[in-house]
Design a protein around this ligand. Structure first.
Ligand code: FES
Ligand code: MG
Length: 573
């Protein structure tokens, strides 16, 4: 492989010794660096999503120091660039409203500064796809370093997973079976340390997919946040990205149709978050790979769930990691993977997982002893012409084929106001509908898709019902929840036309979703339908609404997913 020369470094446009570079050299000296510390060295931008409002990333300041150590060791010049942190719990109305914001910010931070290579520090849900989307479009040598997950806990004898544990016990609180004091213990145990949610939610799924795509060092996604290996791997990534700059190894050299197929298969084998369908499609489009929701369904039929991790399985991430983590799981499914895909190590996926072994075959299953056979299904029909998704492995087997009467909630506020009302007309066979919570309708497609079971039903012992929405649900959630209905209600999709009492049928084995109302009646309703008023009148929310694509297209902005290259910034002194 031919190495880049110093003169070919992108940062030389700023630091090249020309009269125009005086200002840039002066600023580096002003920051306290000696000439010998930065001149002629690759500049490595560390995009850090640390924030006081994101406790999942509380340790990323120190993590950045470990990266810098590695960059210095390899003869690079590290600079830390803070970017918007999307703390999943705090950011309202939904962190998804800001994923594309972080993507744009990442791309432009890298573009407008003298950067030759990048390390991305993230982990909490949308931070992973946000950082990766921007880095893919910018296409500089890049390594993604995940934050790692929070510690584990036990409650009433059960392994207690972040999010999942709270969802699991919330109906018991509503039913009066847990005291307020016991609930405080639940709150304490959701996240016992810095780090991302410790189940196979969006965070653990997306960090694993970054690794299998070839964008992280091997094993990086299976390290707990507070494990010393996190800093060790961060330093190793710092050293490696400097080499990648000299080798000019970029995301476009790594990401292919095959690497996305590997990622989707891994997602299914993990029992991964439904959110990953949206993010992976968006990432593939940015990378120019062809990958669709239909591909996901075909893979969902082919690949069983191997990771026995909540919410599809029993264990939590620290146990999965200890059992060998992602490399071990991949070594159990090599027959399904394209092992020749290149990764940031400069080696193939196959080479990276050589020697990985499973330490506990109940936690990481083999292909002939899976946890479940269906982690993800895409349904289509007159209620969702462009598709919707469900996680059969996290839903009640008795509801996989179901017909019932619709109980419609107009939006998230309507749901909150009426779902637990004693007057709600509902029975265990009802199909709960929530609409106007999609990409534009939310806007931002909040995680409202796991509609709560009405109190009235909980008191009768009901723990699952069919729920249908154009929202997403948290990757830590479970239940018979049909999500991402496309097109969404807000733009006049058929979900907008459902009325209370309409018969709705889902048939997961047949992949169908049907609104049993005849076409003439639906046409009449369509004529009478008017779009709801836009939520935002100005600013980011309006920009988002005007540009965001539908769920089956990845919810990216067309202006961002375009593959047209932007020119390098002009430098005039
Ligand atoms: Fe940050 Fe779950 S809240 S990863
Ligand atoms: Mg989440």
């Amino acid at each position: 492989m031919t190495k880049k020369t110093i003169e070919q470094l992108r940062s030389r446009r700023w630091f090249g010794g020309t009269p125009q570079s005086t200002e840039h050299t002066g600023h580096a000296l002003q920051a306290g660096y000696g000439r010998e510390e930065f001149e002629g060295k690759p500049v490595i931008g560390i995009i850090n999503t640390w924030s006081d409002m994101n406790p999942c990333h509380a340790h990323l300041k120190e993590r950045a120091e470990a990266v810098k150590r590695g960059v210095w060791q390899a003869g690079g010049f590290p600079v830390e660039l803070p970017a918007m942190s999307l703390g999943e719990g705090y950011v309202k109305p939904s962190s998804m409203l800001y994923r594309n914001f972080l993507a744009m910010e990442t791309e432009e931070l890298l573009r407008c500064h003298p950067i030759d290579g990048a390390i991305l520090l993230g982990g909490c849900d949308k931070t992973t796809p946000g950082l990766l989307l921007g880095a893919i479009s910018m296409n500089l040598p890049t390594i993604y370093c995940p934050a790692g997950f929070t510690m584990g806990a036990t409650f009433r004898g059960e392994r207690f997973g972040s999010g999942t544990g709270a969802f699991r016990w919330a109906p018991e609180l509503i039913a009066g079976k847990l005291s307020p004091q016991e609930w405080q213990t639940v709150e304490q145990k959701i996240w016992s340390s810095p780090g991302t949610c410790n189940v196979m939610g969006t965070a653990s799924t997306m960090t694993a997919l970054a690794e299998v795509l070839g964008l992280s060092l091997p094993g990086a996604s299976s390290v707990p946040a507070m494990d010393s290996r996190g800093h060790q791997l961060a330093a190793a990534a710092g050293r490696r990205v400097v080499e990648m700059v000299w080798d000019d190894l970029k995301p476009s050299d790594i990401l292919t149709n095959q690497s996305f197929t590997n990622a989707a298969k891994t997602c299914v084998a993990l029992g991964g978050s439904t959110n990953a369908t949206i993010h992976l499609i968006a990432l593939a489009r940015r990378a120019g790979a062809s990958f669709t929701l239909e591909d996901f369904d075909a893979i969902g039929k082919q690949v069983p769930v191997l990771a026995n991790v909540q919410p599809s399985g029993e264990y939590i991430m620290p146990e999965f990691a200890d059992a060998g983590g992602l490399p071990a799981m991949l070594s159990n499914m090599t027959a399904l993977l394209d092992l020749d895909c290149l990764t940031v190590t400069g080696q193939t996926l196959g080479e990276n997982i050589e020697g990985a072994r499973v330490e506990n075959d109940d936690i990481i299953r083999s292909l002939d002893n899976p946890v479940a056979t269906e982690a993800l299904a895409v349904l289509k029909g007159n209620l969702a012409p462009n598709g919707c998704v469900i996680k059969p492995s996290a839903s009640d087997p008795a509801l996989q084929k179901h017909r019932g009467k619709a109980v419609v909630f107009e939006n998230a506020n309507d749901l909150a106001a009426r779902i637990h009302s004693p007057d709600l007309e509902v029975d265990p066979s009802s199909v709960l509908i929530l609409r106007n919570v999609g990409p534009k309708g939310g806007p931002g497609m909040a995680e409202n898709g796991m509609l709560p079971i009405p109190k009235k039903m909980v008191e009768q012992g009901v723990r699952d019902m069919v729920r249908i929405s154009d929202a997403r649900m948290s990757g830590t959630s479970f239940g018979t929840c049909v999500l991402h209905v496309s097109p969404e209600a807000y733009i006049g999709g058929p979900l907008a036309l459902v009325q209370n009492g309409d018969e709705i049928e889902i048939n997961i084995p047949e992949r169908s979703i049907t609104l049993h109302v005849d076409e003439a009646e639906l046409d009449q309703r369509r004529q009478a339908w008017a779009p709801p008023a836009p939520h935002f009148k100005r600013g980011w929310g309006l920009l988002f609404n005007d540009n965001v694509s539908q769920a089956h297209e990845g919810c990216d902005f067309e202006i961002l997913s375009s593959r047209e290259p932007n020119p390098e910034p002009a430098i005039h002194g």
